[in-house]
Design a protein around this ligand. Structure first.
Ligand code: ADP
Ligand code: ZN
Ligand code: MG
Length: 492
């Protein structure tokens, strides 16, 4: 920890953060919430619009059944009570992103009532975050400001793209149960994997299909009342949300320790500078004058309907983590890392079933370590390719060091690992005669280290193994090498 981080951590001992999240999820239905316009991210502006979503006079909204089912599914995954009767409300506001001058949302009786999500704490346990509610609503249009698009030269105008207006949303609201920025990130990570697994939203933060606001306050530890909260708006990565919360907590503690008070406000965090600033104070907040939407009848959801939706649900991430531990003999830590997103968990299971080795832990190590590192460099391999490589390691045909190099070549050139090992003679050397010769040479060349080893510095074995690996381009069997080094050193 840096000195500054340490000072902040010590100071935070006296203060308890209280965090509640509001997450907007764009549902991946084919059409909009109340009309039949197609949803297509990145389409030419204003090409997916109709009289309903443009709010022409005399038109009527019709709810998208699939969106309702998706909302129920999200509620079930979050252990929520599903309402048997749910209504829509108008949330009134005036802004260029809303042609109706109101948003159809839910207010009094949301489709999903109280629930919870148990989240891995990274130490083998879980913590519980209460879900206040999850309700359906429609998205606003997208404002395109001058300068943000190459086509727009005139800096005095903003443009409105109505393709997005009416996109079905589910807003998930958590109870103020989150106590650290790390917990906020963990909750969001599990929520995202859960929603991805359900297949009801693609959760693409860059494209805005998952958007998160964090409500933040602090209180003296031991205090039961909540402090005044501020709201951190719209950050486009979980890492920035975590950092933004840190910054806002520090700002609040600063103010409180100087005897000042927290003003309810909306905050903006700039991830590039780390600066946090106030966007608007709550003084200017809207009174939305919610009232029941007269154009829509209540949606009735009976038990059979809920069970039908439940029947369409796949295995959720927490269940999958437990299964990974039982079926593959993995630790809770490994199971959690592999379930960091659905794609990684799917990759792992495909690789395990493609591999000949029964060593599922070895496949897990290669998936978590080398595959994820490879993907950070924007490279990728197929599960079967990783499996073929791990099989060579499991059979001790090649060393780990050679395997790592081969993995990059699989990604770059699509080589076949077994054929390449054969053709280039990359097989692991565990033949004692060949190893002995190299080791003797290395011990001879490093008399000082040999003396130090004999003087009790055991850790130098690692140095000698490294030297042998280097001399043999990583092809030496590390286990056999180490044994032989110890044996030969004892003779000196
Ligand atoms: P508002 O009326 O300002 O919208 P809500 O009570 O509806 O506030 O809560 C909105 C979000 O803020 C929820 O996620 C909730 O958990 C969170 N929240 C409420 N009070 C606090 C607080 N004192 N500190 C942090 N978060 C809070
Ligand atoms: Zn439309
Ligand atoms: Mg509220």
């Amino acid at each position: 920890m840096s000195m500054q981080a340490e000072a902040t951590a010590t100071r935070m001992d006296a203060w308890e953060p209280v965090i509640g999240l509001e997450i907007h999820l764009q549902l991946s239905t084919n059409t909009k919430m109340f009309c039949r316009c197609r949803l297509e991210f990145g389409a030419a502006p204003n090409t997916h619009v109709c009289p309903v979503c443009l709010a022409h006079p005399g038109v009527l909204p019709v709810p998208n059944r699939r969106a309702v089912d998706f909302a129920i599914m999200i509620g079930l995954a979050l252990n929520c009570e599903i309402a048997d009767r749910t209504t829509f409300s108008r949330k009134n506001y005036f802004y260029a992103d809303s042609p109706k001058a109101y948003q159809i949302s839910q207010y009094e009786d949301p489709i999903c009532g109280p629930g919870y999500l148990d989240v891995p704490d990274g130490e083998g346990g879980t913590f519980r975050v209460g879900i206040t509610r999850a309700h359906m609503e429609e998205d606003a249009a997208k404002l395109v400001h001058a300068g943000s698009s190459g086509r727009i030269a005139d800096s005095s105008h903003s443009f409105v793209d109505f393709n997005r207006v009416g996109t079905p949303l589910v807003e998930v609201v958590t109870d103020p149960d989150i106590r650290t920025p790390d917990q906020a990130k963990r909750f969001l990570t599990l929520l995202k994997t859960t929603i991805e697994t359900l297949g009801v939203s693609d959760c693409n933060m860059e494209e805005g299909s998952l958007r998160c606001d964090a409500n933040i306050s602090v209180r003296p530890r031991g205090e039961t009342e909540f402090g005044t909260k501020t709201e951190l708006k719209n950050m486009n990565s979980f890492r920035f949300i975590e950092r933004g919360i840190h910054a806002e907590l520090a700002r609040q503690v600063d103010l409180l320790e100087r005897g000042e008070s927290i003003e309810q406000a909306t905050m903006h965090y700039d991830p590039t500078t780390g600066a946090i600033r106030q966007l608007r104070s709550k003084e200017a907040a809207h009174d939305y004058r919610y009232f029941p939407e007269p154009d829509l009848v209540p949606v009735e959801v009976d038990a059979a309907h809920i069970e039908r939706v439940r029947g369409d649900m796949t295995e959720l991430p927490m269940a999958r983590m437990s299964r990974f531990q039982e079926q593959y003999g993995l630790s809770s830590y490994d199971a959690e890392v592999l379930n960091i997103d659905k794609a990684t968990a799917d990759f792992y299971e495909a690789a395990v079933s493609a591999a000949s080795t029964a060593d599922a832990k070895l496949v897990a190590n290669w998936t978590m370590g080398e595959l994820l590192a490879l993907q950070k460099d924007d490279k990728d391999v197929e599960p079967a390719q990783l499996a073929a490589l791990v099989d060579l390691v499991a059979a001790k045909t090649i060393s780990g060091a050679v395997a790592k190099e081969l993995l990059v070549r699989i990604a770059d050139e699509g080589i076949d690992p077994a054929a390449t090992v054969e053709a280039e003679g990359l097989g692991q050397v565990s033949d004692t005669g060949a190893l002995r010769e190299v080791i003797v040479g290395i011990l001879d060349a490093n008399p000082k280290q040999v003396e130090q080893f004999k003087g009790g510095k055991d850790s130098l074995v690692g140095f000698f193994v490294g030297q042998v690996m280097k001399a043999m381009q990583g092809k030496a069997d590390p286990g056999a090498t180490k044994d032989l080094i110890v044996e030969l050193l004892a003779e000196r």
